[in-house]
Design a protein around this ligand. Structure first.
Ligand code: ADP
Ligand code: MG
Length: 300
């Protein structure tokens, strides 16, 4: 679902009731996907992309609110996070190894600008201020989905669990008295982990250049697009953000990827409760202030 693998783990005294809550969680995520996927013709967001350049399009509160959140995060990240990236992003197809040519990028660049998305809260509408604009919530919807899923489980009395959608996980409580141990993948060695961190009751999101990509003439084309250039962001292999809200960890992992090591970690330093780990193109690890690496073992 949502173009990735979703998993739900929870502890319940009663196996049957536990399983039915797992089912309910998947139903909730299916509902969210049906609103927010650009791959579903009938989704609210597809309707916005078809018509919002011609006239305001009515959408439900939930989608409107997530679009508003996305626009706020664009301001916070100085445009690194921008849901209108899809004005060019739509021309990439990583499975088919397809990418836009220079002319298409040139033409699309002026349509990547979150200020072209106008939301009328009272009317509940979205309008694009220029033709050819497209939005895509791929950098934030999975975080939203896991956050909502955990809210649902908590409201049903669950105290311990994990909901994961691709690189986004939301932990509910702890692993019954111990923290969950969450591994950060090695971006260049599948199945390997570079670091494991203990976490409870937090969200953790990783964005990488290894999930969806193809290589051409030695260059890696991946799915995180730098809004200023319309091309995949360079300089980083993966970013991981930890914090209380999966919506923000998801959007920030994508943003820090675009911002690069220095600007990205400086942004994280301004956000209390959020920490980051970045792996650059040379494989070096960088940590935000609150997450200093473990002291090396003293030499004998
Ligand atoms: P994943 O989808 O693997 O969890 P991310 O959370 O980093 O990875 O999200 C990447 C997705 O974000 C892309 O597939 C695309 O849908 C979207 N995206 C790409 N570039 C941007 C950007 N500059 N701003 C907002 N969203 C983006
Ligand atoms: Mg993300």
């Amino acid at each position: 679902m949502m173009g990735t693998e979703i998993s739900v783990h929870l502890w319940h005294e009663n196996a049957e009731e536990g399983m039915s809550l797992v089912e309910e969680t998947f139903t909730e995520i299916t509902r969210i996907e049906a609103l927010m996927s650009t791959y579903i013709e009938g989704s609210e967001i597809s309707e916005i992309n078809r018509s919002a350049a011609d006239a305001p399009v009515v959408a439900g509160d939930e989608l409107i609110n997530l679009i508003l959140r996305s626009l706020d995060i664009s301001v916070l990240t100085h445009g690194a996070f921008d849901i209108t990236y899809d004005s060019i992003g739509q021309y990439y197809d990583f499975r088919e190894r397809r990418r836009p040519d220079a002319a298409t990028i040139q033409e699309g660049l002026e349509r990547i600008d979150y200020r072209l998305v106008e939301v009328d809260r009272l009317e509940g509408t979205v309008q694009f201020l220029a033709p050819g604009v497209r939005i895509n919530l791929g950098g934030i919807a999975k975080g939203y989905a896991v956050e909502q899923a955990v809210k649902l489980l908590r409201s049903r009395g669950i105290l311990h669990g994990i909901v994961t959608a691709g690189g986004d996980s939301r932990l509910l409580g702890d692993r019954r008295g111990q923290p969950f141990m969450v591994g950060i993948r090695d971006p260049r060695n599948e199945g390997e982990v570079v670091l494991t961190i203990p976490l409870e009751d937090e969200a953790i999101s990783t964005s990488g250049d290894y999930e969806r990509y193809f290589e051409e003439d030695g260059k890696r084309y991946h799915h995180i697009i730098e809004p200023m250039t319309g091309e995949p962001a360079g300089g980083i292999r993966s970013t991981t953000i930890v914090g209380p809200d999966a919506v923000l960890t998801d959007a920030l992992s994508t943003s820090v990827f675009v911002l690069g090591v220095d600007r990205g970690l400086r942004l994280i330093a301004t956000l209390p409760d959020y920490e980051g780990i970045v792996i650059d193109a040379a494989g070096r690890l960088f940590y935000s202030d609150g997450l200093q690496p473990p002291e090396p073992e003293p030499a004998e």
